[in-house]
Design a protein around this ligand. Structure first.
Ligand code: PLP
Length: 397
């Protein structure tokens, strides 16, 4: 058996590799500098061009670019009409923003448990939590795998609920023959640098519903309209606008949109490389004792944003902390996605308690996120595989 770097042995590689990073090329740099040279810096033509591109890419009728993925979720909750007294069913194994957006609107997040194998929100758990007060479901495509959309849409139909899909991880993913973005009532994307494509900070909401679209457009910019047909007061033709609801300044700049538009050109090669890496990992880990890979439903052709491995601690003679440290010493920097949202002190203060979602809690205790990004070489991937095998076998896997 090889000696672990943690115990003074040689690490599997010399330089550190992190769990995710953006890929920026000369075309991206030129796209951004062109905006800086020619203006406008914000609310210019790049915004509309990116929105068209998102519609073309997904098949959705409408797309609204917005300042980030969290603002996209806030806007989606607003358009869905979520307010005080409304319950919204959310996955606990996600970034806090997926539930915070409900609080922004005065609603109450209700956490449904996940499926033990796919790690996505469980339709059975959703169904068991629906009450008279339930208004919507926010389903997160965890790691890029589509949730069980048919089953969840069925629940929505039966109980008259709105489906918001938090697709921060899943741009490019297909469910059956449709792209994510063209299925749920409202779908949100994030273009943060760790996501599949980036604009620095950025997000979008997609919908096929004109009413939602009109609300989203106003919400992004203070609730202000410049359409004379919507004016409440009389207008004599001089420059004029009216604020007809409460919105925010959630606009994206053209500098960011130019970067995003340039990144769209690479989305297919990004996706292809992510498929390849996930395939290499899955083949290497599928039969490795002591670990479990994420099960994929056949309906989802997933462009994966994260690669997460579950370490079965009942089969290994160690702790997750020790596995994390051992991989770090091998120069593989892992991460954890995610701390169950209701573990955060802010949520405990609101009255949420441990034990709400036992499966999510158990999965959380045993997961680590391995490196996955476009520019990883085959050797990088092999280094990660070798390090995991080395560490797992050392601890009895
Ligand atoms: C990244 C992320 C968000 C938030 O996106 P930002 O652009 O960082 O605001 C929301 N939900 C999930 C699941 C995410 O991963």
């Amino acid at each position: 058996m090889q000696s672990l770097a943690l115990n003074g042995g040689n690490p599997v590689r010399e330089s550190k590799i992190s769990y995710g990073r953006q890929y920026i090329d000369e075309d991206d740099i030129k796209a951004v500098s062109d905006i800086l040279r020619h203006e406008p810096l914000t609310t210019g033509p790049m915004i509309g061009k990116c929105e068209e591109e998102l519609c073309r890419l997904t098949g959705a009728k409408y797309a609204v670019l917005i300042s980030n993925g969290t603002a996209a979720l806030h806007a989606a909750c607003y358009a869905a009409g979520i307010g005080s007294g409304d319950e919204v069913i959310v996955s606990p194994l996600t970034f806090a923003a997926s539930a915070n957006c409900v609080l922004y609107c005065g609603g109450t997040p209700v956490f449904a448990d996940i499926n033990e194998k796919t790690w996505n929100i469980s339709p059975e758990s959703i169904e068991s939590l629906v009450t008279e007060k339930t208004k919507a479901i926010i389903a997160v495509d965890f790691t890029g795998q589509a949730v069980q959309l048919n089953e969840i849409q069925d629940i929505c139909k039966r109980h008259n609920l709105i489906l918001i899909e938090d697709a921060a991880h899943s741009i490019g993913t297909m469910y059956h023959d449709k792209y994510i973005g063209n299925i749920a009532d409202l779908t949100t994307f994030s273009f943060h640098p760790v996501k599949t494509i980036t604009s620095g900070e950025g997000g979008a909401i997609l919908t096929n519903n004109k009413e939602y679209y009109d609300k989203l457009i106003r919400f992004r910019s203070h609730g202000i309209t410049r359409e004379p047909g919507l004016f409440v007061n009389e207008w004599d033709g001089i420059p004029y606008y009216e604020q007809i609801e409460l919105g925010y300044n959630y606009r994206m700049t053209d500098i960011q949109a130019a970067l995003l538009k340039s990144q769209f050109n690479k989305i297919n090669i990004f996706a292809k490389r992510r498929f390849e890496i996930v395939d290499m990992y899955n083949k290497a880990f599928a039969d490795l004792k002591g670990v479990e890979i994420q099960t994929e439903i056949p309906e989802s052709k997933s462009v994966r944003h994260l690669y997460i491995l579950r370490f079965k601690l009942d089969k290994l003679n160690t702790t997750r902390k020790q596995i994390y440290d051992a991989l770090y010493a091998e120069n593989i920097c892992c991460n954890i996605h995610y701390i169950p949202v209701y573990y955060h002190p802010y949520y405990t203060e609101l009255g949420y308690k441990k034990g709400l979602c036992p499966i999510a809690e158990q999965v959380y205790e045993e997961i680590l996120t391995l490196p996955l990004y476009y520019s990883m070489t085959d050797q990088d991937v092999l280094d990660v595989i070798n390090a995991v095998k080395k560490v797992v076998s050392y601890y009895g896997g």
